[in-house]
Design a protein around this ligand. Structure first.
Ligand code: 5GP
Length: 133
């Protein structure tokens, strides 16, 4: 059965899409730690990130780098933190989280509740920034 993230890639489940290319897809995490918290995934469904073949694994970091710079441009933060957990969804993904300190990327913290309007607004800003990074 297709993972929930494959369904997102295929458009069967909606997402706040930031960017995609032939191999990768970036979209907002629905339960964000911070405004702009984005997930970057390979379109190819692989559960564990360290099972991804070398070329695809290298490429995801290059794609994530561009997404991270776009988030950085429109979000007040010191850095874009990066994390891989994969405890919930069995489709490899990288979390990109705007951070000002280590606590901002503590996944045991309560998540933000954003309205659809807020999700749409930050999506539009990151997407626009993505065009120029
Ligand atoms: P992990 O597998 O890294 O432990 O956590 C999975 C992440 O995916 C969580 O941060 C969760 O909020 C996010 N997530 C789970 N289901 C969906 C979904 O249907 N849409 C989006 N945008 N994010 C999801």
């Amino acid at each position: 059965m297709a993972s929930i993230f494959s369904k997102i890639v295929n458009g069967e489940i909606p997402s706040y899409k930031i960017a995609e290319d032939n191999n990768y897809y970036a979209f907002l995490d629905i339960n964000p730690l911070a405004k702009g918290h984005t997930l970057v995934i390979p379109k190819k469904e692989v559960d564990y990130i360290f099972d991804i073949d070398d070329i695809l694994l290298g490429g995801i970091m290059i794609f994530a780098k561009k997404v991270a710079h776009a988030i950085e441009k429109v979000t007040p933060c010191k850095r874009i933190g990066i994390a891989v957990l994969g405890l919930e969804v069995p489709h490899a993904h990288i979390h990109l989280v705007p951070i000002n300190g280590a606590n901002d990327i503590d996944f045991s913290k309560p998540k933000l509740k954003l309205s659809a309007e807020e999700f749409n607004e930050i999506t539009a800003k990151i997407k626009e920034a993505f065009q120029t990074v």
